[in-house]
Design a protein around this ligand. Structure first.
Ligand SMILES: [Ca+2]
Length: 503
């Protein structure tokens, strides 16, 4: 009798596993699909966010299908760390993944990313196209996150030979393809913008859109055949520099009517560590290479025109993907999220690109359409962070909440999706490491930034901005408003101590 026990146990275990597997298959058939659209360096310079200059009919139409988050913030205003926060649900200050070259699997080998979680707990087939995890600067993406190999595309791309001094490898192309990483400054600079007569698919974003449409077609067939739900992450490279976009998208704009920066000096009384001059933008010609050099008026206008043209180009590609989702009759059972990885300074405060703790680098678009949950044409002023997307999507899909092993800092926004006035957080948190680490609390009215060395014992330096009275961040009010500094620094103190930089 005793000798038969192992056999019985094995049989029971087999039946149990079979039951679990078949139960999971049944549940998987009922799960919504997920289409995650990531757009590189996209600030809310979009028609649906009230930007009257932007020509973004497709993103505007996507916004009309569900809920627009008007006070959404990234957790760190640069590509690689921001994408880690999205995919892990963890702040960079909780993981130490602060750098462009930070290696996820070296730091947290067993991390369970959002697509891994969907595959493991929901039976999803997970796919990635274009810029999802940051690739470049020594990073190679995260193949473990997806069911099938990544569809890799270029971020830095030129068609016009003049943009590359006749076809030479340029600095940013080298960074983004992991070449010559120790000798970048020896390479020529590529152009900051180009506007050839070209077809959409001559550039990466056109090809990513075309491939995403094919993947949706196969996913539909798979869903019909065996019920497998899909999680497809499509990542678009523009409006990241260089502003390489076909001429027809530049032609949508009257360059002389585009908005120029209103306030081009750093905030009065702001600490030096918080500001920025030069940096990424200086790796492109014809931008002056000296950090404090004045940009001519034409150059500013070219860059701003290029940003808007690139946004319109990416908007058209997103339109193709959404049209295909509709044509395949997948829209009724597919959650669609559009997310920009961080904002972008277009000369405000005299700053270009990102890498700061200021408003323009940190505010992002988040649009969520969840069939049966969101109402068309809704918006919310509730605060939201990138880390919230992971627990929001798991709840919408009926999956268990993420539990790590990485620290989970996000909260589900599903209550807000159901009721735009529901409160799930009273502030957003973000951070940026420079010579000191700047950690910020953004409320509806204020932003407090605390600058301090990690593990340092020096007195922290504070910045405080009041967006009710000073939306352009012209003056640091920390000295004038100690009451607000004290209240918000208590909120900041409720966060875990920041993890040291790992790379
Ligand atoms: Ca980016």
């Amino acid at each position: 009798m005793l000798s038969r026990l192992p056999a019985i146990a094995t049989s029971l275990a087999f039946i149990f596993c079979f039951f679990l597997a078949s139960n999971r298959a049944v549940q998987a058939k009922e799960r919504p699909n997920v289409l995650l659209i990531l757009v590189d360096d996209l600030k809310p310079a979009l028609g649906c966010y009230g930007d009257s200059h932007a020509k973004t009919p497709n993103i505007d139409s996507l916004a009309n299908r569900g809920m627009r988050f008007d006070m959404a913030y990234c957790n760190q205003a640069v590509c690689a760390p921001s994408r880690f926060t999205l995919m892990l649900g963890s702040h960079s200050t909780s993981t130490g993944l602060y750098g462009l070259g930070s290696q996820l699997r070296q730091i947290i080998p067993d991390a369970v990313t959002m697509p891994q979680h969907f595959a493991e707990h929901g039976g999803y087939r997970t796919e990635s196209l274009g810029k999802i995890f940051h690739i470049g600067h020594g990073n190679h993406g995260d193949p473990e996150s997806f069911s099938v190999p990544h569809f890799k595309e270029k971020v830095i791309e030129y068609l016009d030979p003049d943009s590359t001094d006749g076809g030479q490898l340029t600095r940013e192309e080298a960074f983004f393809t992991n070449q010559m990483l120790g000798q970048i400054k020896s390479l020529p600079r590529g152009a900051a913008f180009e506007s050839p007569e070209a077809a959409d698919e001559d550039y990466a974003d056109g090809r990513v859109a075309a491939e995403t449409m094919k993947r949706l077609q196969s996913a539909k067939q798979r869903r019909q055949t065996d019920g497998t739900p899909f999680f497809i992450a499509a990542g678009f490279a523009r409006p990241h520099l260089p502003f390489s976009a076909p001429q027809k998208y530049w032609d949508l704009y009257d360059r002389n009517s585009l908005p120029m920066p209103e306030h081009e000096t750093l905030p009065v009384d702001a600490p030096k560590v918080a500001g920025k001059r030069g940096g990424e933008i200086s790796n492109y010609k014809p931008v002056p290479t000296k950090p404090n050099a004045e940009f001519g008026g034409d150059l500013k206008r070219d860059l701003i025109h290029g940003y808007y043209a690139s946004t319109s180009f990416v908007d058209a590609q997103i339109g193709k993907v959404i049209n295909e989702l509709d044509r395949l009759e997948l829209s009724d059972n597919t959650i669609v999220v559009l997310w920009g990885d961080h904002g972008f300074h277009l000369g405000d405060l005299g700053i270009w690109t990102k890498h700061t703790n200021y408003e323009q680098a940190n505010r992002i678009p988040i649009l969520i359409t969840a069939p049966g949950v969101t109402q068309p044409g809704t918006s919310t002023k509730q605060l939201a962070e990138s880390v919230d997307i992971f627990p929001t999507l798991t709840e919408l899909a009926g999956l268990p909440s993420p539990t790590g092993p990485q620290p989970i800092d996000g909260v589900s926004l599903v209550p807000v999706l159901k009721d735009a006035s529901a409160r799930v957080r009273d502030h957003a948190y973000h951070a940026y490491p420079k010579r000191k680490l700047g950690r910020a609390i953004r409320t509806e009215r204020y932003r407090l930034v605390q600058w301090k060395q990690i593990d340092g014992d020096e007195a922290p330096i504070y910045e405080l901005y009041d967006y009710q009275t000073d939306p352009l961040e012209t003056k640091n009010l920390a000295e004038d408003r100690p009451d607000v500094v004290e209240r918000l620094s208590k909120t900041l103190a409720s966060y875990p101590d920041p993890v040291r930089r790992n790379r």
